[in-house]
Design a protein around this ligand. Sequence first.
Ligand code: F6P
Length: 362
Amino acid sequence: MKKLVISTGGGDAPGLNAVIYAVVMSAELRGWEVYGSRCGYRGLIDADELVRLTPQSVIDITTQGGTILGSTNKGNPFAMPVKNLAGETEIRDMSDRIMKNFTRMGFMCHIAVGGDGSLDIARRFQEEKGMPVIGVPKTIDNDLYATQLTFGFDTAVSTATEALDKLHSTAKSHDRVMVVEVMGREAGWIALNSGISGCADVILIPEIPFDLAKVCEKIADNDMHGKHYAIVVVAEGAKAKDSDVICQQGSCEVGRQEVLLGGIGDWVAQQIRERTDKDVRSLVLGHLQRGGSPTTFDRLLALRFGAAAVRMAEAGMFGHMVALVNGGMQKVTLEEATRIRKLVDKDDDKLQTAREIGICMG
Ligand code: F6P
């Protein structure tokens, strides 16, 4: 009987449960057993955190947001903060213990579902410890270079677009400028896609450091043309020319040191307030973008990724991540998958579209 283990790591994304479902069902078809490791690698550290996943245990989960296995963006197993007997936190390398448990359980493969941080850890397990790994790309930020799209992104964009749609009416009633901060880390994909779809007047993304004078010009131009309100979408990683990104605090994303972004929306709102006579409000969409049921697109993509991951396991294609390339399922090495982040390119036609339909890109 072949056995495999699946884990979900990093920030959650709508569609994770659909991947789990597809892995369990495809493995069952082959007569294999599937185990789930709770909260990333915890199930491979402590047997209590390992759960047997059967077709019965995954009934109806494809429509559910989040992950039935839980996730964490803290605790890289190669440098994990652990409390010692004296109650002090020390950093320990848990990778050998994980490998011992992996072998003891007789797993033939680990399907690691994650973003670049989690996939980088999976790559290290494959390369440094010899764990047979298959990666599945997940992130609402859509910033993984090797795959055209990640699941979770479409849902996040839909949530942000719906919020923008609702803000139009209240902004219009009060002749206000509404500044909306969206997620995406260093990538402007969520801001760009939702901003265009939600008819924003201004979209500010990390890839284009912005000029506040231009933002205020656009607001004045709106006024001149009888539109006395404006919607400004700001990606959390956006920054003004000659300024730094705004962070809330240092935080540890699985596998790499990250800062917790946030605050740029309020800052932009304050700057507009000081430079114009407009009434300005700001809001942060935050984790709303990560929650809820996955869209049909994300569900389907996640199911395809999960089934493709099991096909790759059957073919022994370890050390690879399943990717969406030219509309089909393909494999890319984990090294290639995590090397660079996919950012909005200056030649992206969506940027051109935005400008041509009158959106100010700062
Ligand atoms: O990577 C996904 C993401 O939602 C980013 O867009 C955001 O910056 C970050 O995670 C937030 O992380 P946390 O869940 O730790 O607040």
